[in-house]
Write a protein that binds this ligand. Sequence first.
Ligand SMILES: C[S@@+](CC[C@H](N)C(=O)[O-])C[C@H]1O[C@@H](n2cnc3c(N)ncnc32)[C@H](O)[C@@H]1O
Length: 138
Amino acid sequence: MVLDVGVGIGRIAKSIVNEGYQYFIGIDISTKILDIVGSNLCTCSNIELVMADINDFIPTDTFDLTCSVLTSLHIEEKEKALRIIFHSLEDNRLFVLSVSKDDDWFDYGSRKVKLHPIELEEYVCIFLSTGFQIQSLQ
Ligand SMILES: C[S@@+](CC[C@H](N)C(=O)[O-])C[C@H]1O[C@@H](n2cnc3c(N)ncnc32)[C@H](O)[C@@H]1O
């Protein structure tokens, strides 16, 4: 069972689903985005798309793999979110986090979105204090 935190329009979801996982849950805080990903993934089965803030999403001991690509920048309470993700995984399962180095704001043209970037060292501290073991940093 796979969880994608901040599924967006399904860019990462598509390739995960094609790998043949039994069940995929994608969560996103935006209903507009979920409408788009719903139609992008409409041919895929065993997929659940949930409108949720990661900081309120709390099934425990459920997932074999959780990923989050470029979503952490949007999350201010990172330690809380990573603790929830840690507890949502079954024991010794994998979490893949991908972030980029960004400015404090992302400019969409018509609107600007506040981002919450932190340094790699801060991520490492939060991961370790949350209970994760780090396998690889790239
Ligand atoms: C930059 S997009 C990345 C989407 C996708 N992971 C990708 O790489 O294509 C970040 C996504 O995270 C979602 N998001 C932001 N804050 C969130 C939160 N607290 N909980 C769940 N999703 C969130 C946004 O709505 C957006 O769809």
